[in-house]
Design a protein around this ligand. Sequence first.
Ligand SMILES: [Zn+2]
Length: 157
Amino acid sequence: MAPLADKPIDASLLGDLRLATGPVGQAAKGRHTTTARELVRLSGGALLIDTPGLRELGLWADEDSLDRTFDDIDALAPGCRFPDCRHHQEPDCAVRGAVATGRLDPERLASYLKLRHELEVLEVRKDEKARRLHEKSLGRDLAVRRQEVRRNKPGSR
Ligand SMILES: [Zn+2]
């Protein structure tokens, strides 16, 4: 088998050249080469999705889905001293207590904390996008008002 660097990436994953690929530029950004979406099953059973034009994949979840996914942690939470306990560093946390006594897998709590952090980052990003859109519309309104003022200025006709 030839070294991976000698072959395009898709050949490394698929073993043959079924998907067209292009070079990656100096800014380490690729350029769209394919134009159709395609789902390819790899020999190991993994699925590879070619999504030209799709810039980002993200979580689509909220606090409720977090609680449903981690219903074991949600069930322990009422035992925490603080009703808004984040199960991170608060004293008398029933969830961390369950980890300490071996009733809850520490990896489970780590997964919960990681997913909750990702959801919080997602919320902040959504808020920033909403703020930018709002400011953009305010800027448009201001530009229209300035045009109206200039149009209605005495001596401008
Ligand atoms: Zn807690």
